[in-house]
Ligand binder design. Structure first.
Ligand SMILES: C[S@@+](CC[C@H](N)C(=O)[O-])C[C@H]1O[C@@H](n2cnc3c(N)ncnc32)[C@H](O)[C@@H]1O
Length: 210
């Protein structure tokens, strides 16, 4: 199965920490201020679920979270998280197979899109775009290579990462898709853009206008 993170779920956070220190967490935590109280939130590809505890630290109650994660082992780890009095529905499915009900105030996609080929990413972007209510916010973070001035060390590291994730998780993608192009093709307003790791990681908060 493609994109099956079961085999590395137990060590994912440790591995990420060894390579990136706290940058993977900081890049996501820095976006959470855009979550208003009482939001209905869709988290896609939340991994081991540490983000749920981080969100609960800011919002101990009142959130309605739908957590869609393809890996059964990642979902099992996420279920053990302390989520305060927020309601969390854990859905173990690829997002492409999820039946959307109602609109969301917030969509959070942390390091999700780097898993997909361009046509798959475009399809998932459209699914999530239609699931977000007008005025809702999309919090997005991923790896990034500046196409105009690619840094050799970033290209090398990304290549090694893709080989690792192809062998361990069956990830077919070989490059990160530039999702910011999709945000430009539809009415989104950029609220925040922040770089980490010399621009190798970029975090964005967008607001849907219509
Ligand atoms: C690179 S990991 C990032 C995990 C987490 N967001 C973090 O930063 O620690 C990607 C996650 O997306 C999940 N995933 C991959 N494809 C998916 C899909 N089609 N639908 C939902 N989740 C998916 C994987 O199982 C994995 O947990």
């Amino acid at each position: 199965m493609a994109n099956n993170y079961d085999s590395i779920a137990g060590i994912y956070d440790i591995l990420g920490g060894l390579v990136f220190g706290k940058a993977l967490q900081r890049s996501q935590s820095g976006l959470l201020k855009w979550i208003p109280p009482k939001s209905r939130i869709l988290i896609v590809g939340g991994g081991t679920g540490w983000i749920l505890e981080r969100i609960a630290a800011d919002h101990p109650a009142g959130l309605d979270i739908i957590y869609v994660e393809a890996s059964a082992k990642m979902v099992a780890l996420s279920r053990q998280r302390k989520t305060g009095e927020n309601t969390v529905a854990f859905i173990c499915l690829p997002i492409e197979e999820y039946t959307f009900t109602g609109l969301f105030d917030i969509v959070l996609t942390p390091y999700l899109f780097d898993n997909f080929l361009p046509e798959e990413a475009a399809h998932i972007f459209q699914l999530l775009h239609h699931a977000l209510r007008p005025g809702g916010r999309w919090l997005f973070v991923d790896f990034c290579i500046d196409a105009s001035q690619p840094k050799p060390w970033q290209k090398l590291l990304l290549r090694i990462m893709y080989i690792f994730f192809r062998v361990t998780c069956g990830v077919k993608a070989k490059n990160v898709v530039d999702i910011t192009q999709h945000f430009k093709s539809v009415p989104y307003r950029l609220l925040q853009e922040k770089e980490y790791w010399s621009g190798f990681i970029k975090a964005y908060a967008y607001e849907k206008n219509l």
